[in-house]
Design a protein around this ligand. Structure first.
Ligand SMILES: [Zn+2]
Length: 540
């Protein structure tokens, strides 16, 4: 297969930032790139010649942190975020069942309801859900994912109707008739979720492929995905098997590097018995980095801070394990041949990861380690200097700045906020930056992340001039994070991240040149064509 693209504004993103007019791709690789004259000899033997008509081509986007499987799985649920009331919710879920022809007796899941905005002024209960169906097992999660409601059939099938379970943590709401109302709160939601059959290998494949097909429409050609966290899909062995099978069958529409979220010694040791090392695999599927989550999100005040939250002095956030446990797991994984990545949201969460990495860096002088910290949100000058000193890659989920602008100062006060989401400072300190979307937490479109990092505005375009404008990234820096930066973090910069001869022919064509368009309009640009492995994977 040979494709030649001509008349383009091809931003190769190579060291010299060469802009080419034409590119030839053959058998999955870039074979020529340069002027129209340079590819003239290729035209005759090409299977397809594509006239880019002046449009901008970039290296394919590499989303450095996201959750393919969770995204695919969430797409199979009824989407309730926009419901205006309980009546609306009832008809929405009914339509969902009809549209998908979900057979009676099966589970129907939904997510995103929020009674705060409902005229009824109350949460939905089993009686409301019974009006949707008395023959399906219905479980609908609240937007906070901390509460779920089920219908009467579900209560009966699970044996909870006549024998309401007593939750040790969380609660099972009871009605005046002594039966559960259908509302399960907090940890008690597991009484429901743990009973829903897992996806298994076949279901995992379906969810992953559905997600991939959407991602390529945004110009994404590679991802670093954390899928083991979705325990409702199945065991890590099943998820791995699904990927190995999809890869062997040539089914993956984009290139996947699988993060290894194995939060206990038992799980990690079990994984290591399989003998996989980071980097093992094929051009379409590779074993990625061992992953741990240091702390939680800023919105829920779970990001671990050194000083209390400004808007709740009793809170300093939550860590997921002690420093000792975190360091020991990271060391064990490293010695087992795995690269390391951690999610660090708050300054204390980030510090703990740096502290886990530090002795490994010290004991391995001259070794190309590329440990990574994703999210990197609440920082200080000193922390970012530590990234630099230890050669840690800064994982920056660029789009978060747009979503979090309105809460950062409330949560941590003006001073700490001014040092946070300091993506530019990472570049100033010579830290390699990789960008991700954390989809499905945020939308996966990399253009949103680039727009957010360049403009630093919330979703309503505020504040004017941008929040902490000196931390705005240039378009070049934001694109680099989503291409060569992520490729570096994955140790794949030799084959990905720029458009150069010999590299994978993975590229995106955009409707606008985001380098020259008014920065306020970057988010109007769309991917109009995506190439993966030298083939057209998406065409608008
Ligand atoms: Zn994530």
């Amino acid at each position: 297969m040979k494709i030649v693209c001509i008349n383009g504004n091809i931003r190769t993103m190579d060291e010299q930032r060469t802009v080419a007019e034409a590119i030839a791709m053959e058998d999955g690789l870039i074979t020529k790139i340069g002027s129209m004259a340079d590819v003239k000899g290729e035209l005759e033997t090409a299977d397809r010649v594509i006239d880019l008509a002046g449009k901008t081509m970039l290296p394919g986007f590499f989303d450095g942190h996201m959750h393919l499987l969770s995204y695919g799985y969430s797409q199979s649920m009824a989407y309730l975020d926009d419901c205006t009331g309980i009546e609306d919710l009832v008809s929405n879920v009914r339509n969902h069942i009809d549209a998908r022809n979900i057979p009676e007796g099966s589970w129907v899941e939904g997510r995103g309801w929020n009674e705060t905005y409902y005229p009824e002024g109350r949460m939905p209960n089993r009686h409301d859900l019974d009006r949707i169906s008395e023959d399906h097992m219905i479980a609908l999660g609240r937007s906070c994912s901390y509460i779920c409601v089920v219908n009467t059939k579900t209560l009966k099938e699970l044996g909870y109707y006549d024998n309401p379970p007593v939750a040790e943590v969380g609660s099972v709401e009871l009605g005046e008739d002594g039966h559960p109302t259908g509302v399960f709160v907090g940890e008690a939601t597991h009484l429901i979720y743990s009973r829903i059959p897992t996806l298994g290998v076949a279901g995992t494949k379906e969810a992953v492929l559905a997600a991939c097909r959407e991602y390529v429409t945004a110009g994404i050609t590679s991802v670093d995905t954390d899928d083991f966290e979705l325990t409702r899909a199945g065991t890590f062995r099943e998820i791995l098997q699904a990927y190995f099978e999809m890869d062997a069958a040539g089914e993956l529409p984009l290139r996947v590097r699988l993060m290894l979220y194995l939060p206990t010694r038992e799980l990690l040791d079990d994984f290591l018995t399989l003998g996989h090392k980071s980097g093992d695999g094929s051009p379409f599927f590779r074993i990625g980095s061992f992953k741990l989550i240091g702390d939680g999100s800023l919105g829920t005040r779970q990001a671990a801070l050194f000083e209390p939250y400004a808007d709740d002095h009793s809170e300093m956030g939550e860590i997921n394990q002690s420093q000792e446990a975190l360091s020991a797991l990271m060391r064990r994984a490293f010695e087992g041949g795995l690269d390391l990545v951690g999610d660090g949201m708050g300054d204390r969460g980030i510090y703990m990861l740096l502290k886990a990495y530090e002795p490994l860096v010290r004991e391995n002088p001259g070794k190309d380690l590329r440990f990574c910290i994703d999210h990197s949100q609440i920082t200080t000058e000193g922390l970012i200097e530590e990234y630099s000193r230890l050669g840690v890659v800064g994982g920056c989920e660029l789009v978060f700045v747009a979503s979090d602008i309105d809460i950062v100062e409330q949560r941590v006060g003006v001073h700490r906020a001014s040092l946070s989401y300091n993506w530019k400072r990472f570049y100033d300190e010579d830290v390699i930056v990789t960008a991700g979307s954390d989809s499905p937490v945020e939308h996966f479109n990399p253009i949103d992340g680039i727009h957010a990092a360049v403009n630093r505005l919330n979703w309503d375009g505020q504040p004017e001039g941008g929040w902490i404008p000196e931390q705005k990234l240039s378009v070049d820096e934001a694109v680099r994070a989503f291409t060569i930066g992520s490729a570096y973090a994955a140790r794949e910069e030799d084959v990905k991240g720029t458009l150069e001869v010999g590299k994978y022919a993975d590229a995106v064509v955009l409707s606008e040149d985001i380098f020259t368009v008014d920065p306020a309009k970057i988010n109007e640009a769309k991917a109009v064509m995506t190439f993966v492995d030298g083939k057209v994977a998406y065409e608008a």
